[in-house]
Structure formats: C-alpha cells, structure tokens
Design a protein around this ligand. Sequence first.
Ligand code: SF4
Length: 477
Amino acid sequence: MKGIAEYCGLCGVSGYSGDQVSMVAEGLLALQHRGQEAAGILACSGGSMRLHKRRGTVAEAMSDIPAEFFSRQMSSVMGHVRYGTYGGEDVENAQPLLVSMAGLQIGIAHNGTLSNAGPLRDELQRQGAIFLTNTDTEVVLHLMSRNLEHTGYNIREALGIALDRLQGAYCFLLMSPEGLYAVRDPLGFRPLNLGRFEEGGWMVASETLAFDVCGAEYVREIEAGEIYFVPHDGGEPESGYFGGGSELFRNRKGLAQCIFEHVYFARPGSRVFGDSVYSTRLAMGRQLAREHPADCDVVAPVPDSGMFAAIGFARELGIPFDMCFTRNHYIGRTFINPASARRAVMVMRKLQPIPEAVRDRRICVVEDSIVRGTTSSARIRALREAGAAEVHMRVSCPPHRFGCYFGIDFPEPSKLIANRYSMEEIADQLGLDSLGYLSREGMLSCVTAHRPEDYCTACFDGRYPVKVPESGFENRC
Ligand code: SF4
C-alpha cells in the first residue's frame, strides 16, 4: 500500500453576506505555507455543491475558479491547501473530496494523518468498498456511508460513529446539504479555530491569520473532540462532542497538541492552541539563550522560521542581531517540498550568505530544527566560504530523534541526524564550532495557554500519545 502523509490547511466560511468564495480563497492564501502541492474550494448554494481544485499554489489553483461560483450567493464555502507525499500529487488526491452518499452530496477536507487508516482501509475494501483516491481522508466517507441507513440518514450521527473509529491526528471540514461541520480530534493534535464576522457569519481556519486577512474576529479554538455545526440556513450554530464510545476519549489524560506547530509550521502572526506563535518563538529564543549562551559577535536567523527565536536569543544575550543570509522568496520551503530529489538543489538556491555581513565575524546561527542535517551542513559551509571566523548553531527545539505519525512528514528515524549521532558528532559533521538545542522542558515552558502535558513531543522523546502502526512508516495510508 502506498503511504500518504499530509500536512495541510483548512478554511471555511458560512453565513457571511459577501463573496464567500473569494473570502475562502484569501484565507487559503494566508495558509499557503501549510501546503503548496494543491488547493481546492467547495461551495454550497441551495443544497447543491460545486467543487474546484487544482495542483499548484493557491494563486495558481484559484486563478480559474469558474464563473458559476460567483453567479449566486453561496450559503457555505470551504477550502483546503495540501501537502502530500508518496504518489499523492495527482489531482484526485487534492481536497476537498466530494461524493454522493445515498443521494446526498458530502464534501470533506482534512488536516492531519489517520494513524489507523491502513487497517481501516483494508477492512473496508474486504467489505467491498472501492476507493477512488490514495488519501486516508476517504476512509471517513466510507465509514459514514456504512452507517447512514441505520442512523436514518442522519449525517451528524453517521459522522460521529465514523469518528469513533479513527486514531491519530485530524481536523475536518465537512459539508452536507444542511451545513458546515468543523471537527477536531479528541487529542487536538492539529489546530482549528473559530472566528466570526461583525456583520454576521462564521469562519473556521487552521490558523487565525486567515481571520485577520478576511476581517473575522477570533472567537476561540474548536476544542479537542468537538463537532461544531453551522447550518446553511443561517440558524444558530450547534456544538457537541463525539467520542462517547471511544476508549481513547474516555481514557485521555491530556491533549496532544503538536508543539512543532509553534516551533516551525505556523506563521508568526497566527495564534495556535491559544498562544501567539510570535510570542512563543521569542520566548523559545530567550530560553535557548539561557540554556546555551554563545560567545559570538552576531546572532543570525535562518529565515524565515528561525527569525523570531533568533530575535529572542539576541535580546536575551544583548548581542547584535543581523541578517547574514539573503533569501530568494520565489522558492518554496525546503522541508515542505515532497520531491526529495529537488530538495538539495533548492537548499542552495534558497539562502545565500551576505559576504559583508559574515566576513571575519563570529556568527551564531539560530535554526528552528535540524532534521537530516543536509540543509544545515550546506548553510554552514556557505557561511565559512563567505569568510565567517566562527560558526555556532543554536536550535530552538530539542533534537529530532523519532518519526511523526500525526501529520508531519519527517523522514524515517534512521535518516534523522540526531537519531544516529551524539551532539559532539553532529557538531563535527556539520562543521560547527559549537551546537546547542533547546531542552524539552525549556520548550514547553514557552507555551502558556495549556499545560505542558497537553502537547505532543513524540518526535523528540518517543513518547507517542497513541499507539503507532506496528509496521511503522510502511503502513501509512
Ligand atoms: S510527533 Fe512531533 S511533529 Fe508529530 S505531532 Fe508530535 S510534536 Fe508534532
């Protein structure tokens, strides 16, 4: 079975009196960093749905939205940006997915990875289900469809029964003829937020930056285990919780929100899990400086995601902050590009040292993470070639030693540099004068809205909050 791991972004609007299609397209643009492989939009008007999705960036995919999307007022619109791997680049795998279920149109979009999607898919196929995509998301539609008849064609009930079978990380937007559902898994791995328009109407988005762009006010997080339903007819939204029958839900001791959202993925202007990403990254830099100060002339970030931790690091130590790299903005994020064959080339293209900022200076580079080490190694070499007297590195999270099964496409553990080498060996391999990582406890001390035990840190410490597939990465659907 082919593996699919997704890291994506969701945006939905309902009940807003203006152009909801353009609104969702703008929201997706604000979430572009969460996936650049494909984008899609699903609009509902008068109980009838229209789908438009394409490969490429939001600008590319949304450049030819058919005129019929704008010819009438939509009751609800939802959209998705996608990052996928392992043969997932076909447009069939782009989302939202739209199906007809017992004559009812149902659309779905997903952010996360279902860790039991492989066994569920096998079970459903044995029962005769025919899958049209490689995505784990389609499993949910088949589970719902099997429960539709005995729930009296009650979409919400069928959805709840399907959700009880799922393990892993998921936020869903689901469109039915009655309304728009926003769902977050019982451990809350991925962020999902609720916003409201002053003039009426609701917005849901993975990150709150989409609200700012669209003029919506942040209301709160969609809670872990919550189903939030906004009816198309403008009626009052309803909130409920699923998982009554789920062992995981009953036994959960805390949440498992992905701390790596704060370290790397989310945009600094966003709020995720109730905390400002900007403030959290500054705090991580300050904490890193307290744990691993550096004797250097200048602190330099690796743009863009290392930027705010570097500012915090420099402020804490009173050392000048400077930009030692110039970034080519016309190239996507290196980590997030699924085609590994292109990664090495893109690393070299993306950041170039500025010789005048580097020459004869002792530089401390602040990175957000080191995964394989190949990217960091190329950057350090480039700094030395540009004349740096010394190169130190500080990393604003602990060493990555384990894989992620919850929506982040890390390479398998044997390819993670910290899984194979000691700190001294890593510093040596990367050609550094010194190296320091933020501690797990230090990292968790920087988030304030939830308790430290409400975050997943499995890729750092191997403490997985749910059972991982026995066959590891091979079993991802
Ligand atoms: S394993 Fe790491 S990347 Fe994956 S959800 Fe947990 S903290 Fe996030």
